[in-house]
Design a protein around this ligand. Structure first.
Ligand SMILES: Nc1ncnc2c1ncn2[C@@H]1O[C@H](COP(=O)(O)OP(=O)(O)O)[C@@H](O)[C@H]1O
Ligand SMILES: [Mg+2]
Length: 254
């Protein structure tokens, strides 16, 4: 299995947050899926900051996986095969107050830092953290409640944080848990005049809740729909990270 040591390559780290005010929209799931593909498939140096107290679902997931591995010989064997020259990516559990500082420290060693946090702007201490984030991606579900809450957060980030943050690069919405049969084009059209969206959305697939959400093992490469689609979504994130940062460097040159 060709897994190599992932080392920091760029002098500009990117801080990415899948963020929402509401729970249950897929922040932690999408963070874990994308982190997995960035780490194993693209071999990028990544870290996750879990500031989502008290759920801390990503840290708990890692702890649980480590416990299971110790009990199952076959998994332990696979683990040692993968982590021969590689270290698992770190998952740092922290609180909102320390979050900004933890991010600044991680930027010394890692290229991509994902932060899992509940994004309600009226929490004390959230502003210093928000000012560290380069890319905000807001999951939105197809029900009125979550839609309103996502649009409200989008407005707050673009009107209140963008003007005061030197780090702000992009804030985009994307639909998560889309029933596989839905045609998204029509639904997105209702919003697209006022809000920016990622090119792609994520379908609802139960496999995203299980094996695919591992923090230690790669998402299996299979020619199945859920697999092809999550790879495609990761590419649309990658595309956004690249285009927005090149736009930024162009404006800095002129
Ligand atoms: N695309 C998806 N397909 C299927 N289930 C999903 C998807 N995204 C999230 N879920 C499930 O929805 C629930 C809430 O997701 P979670 O990531 O914990 O949300 P949050 O972190 O925003 O609270 C979890 O049970 C998760 O497994
Ligand atoms: Mg969560």
């Amino acid at each position: 299995m060709p897994y190599f040591l992932t080392i920091k390559k760029s002098n500009m780290s990117r801080v990415i947050s899948f963020i929402s005010q509401k729970g249950g929209v897929g922040k932690s799931t999408v963070t874990t899926l994308i982190a997995n593909l960035f780490f194993f498939k693209h071999q990028l140096s990544i870290a996750i900051v879990d500031a989502d107290f008290p759920q801390n679902s990503i840290s708990k997931r890692r702890e649980k996986e480590l416990r299971i591995i110790k009990k199952k010989k076959r998994l332990e064997h696979t683990y040692h095969k993968i982590y021969h020259d590689l270290k698992p990516y770190p998952i740092i559990k922290t609180n909102l107050e320390s979050c900004a500082e933890v991010i600044r420290e991680l930027k010394i060693e890692y290229d991509y830092i994902f932060v899992d946090v509940a994004g309600s702007l009226n929490q004390e201490g959230i502003i210093p953290f928000l000012r560290e984030v380069n890319y905000f991606y807001i999951p939105i579900l197809q029900d009125d409640f979550s839609t309103l809450s996502a649009l409200e957060l989008y407005m707050q980030l673009t009107t209140k944080i963008k003007p005061v943050s030197e780090e702000f690069r992009s804030c985009k919405l994307f639909f998560n848990k889309v029933p596989a049969k839905n045609k998204m084009v029509g639904i997105r059209k209702n919003f697209e005049t006022n809000f920016e969206f990622l090119d792609d959305h994520i379908n609802a697939y139960t496999i995203y809740e299980r094996v695919y959400r591992s923090t230690l093992f790669p998402i299996p490469e299979k020619a199945q729909k859920p697999n092809l689609k999550i790879h495609r979504f990761a590419n649309s994130i990658m595309h956004d990270l690249e285009t927005v940062s090149s736009e930024k460097s162009m404006t800095m040159e002129t």
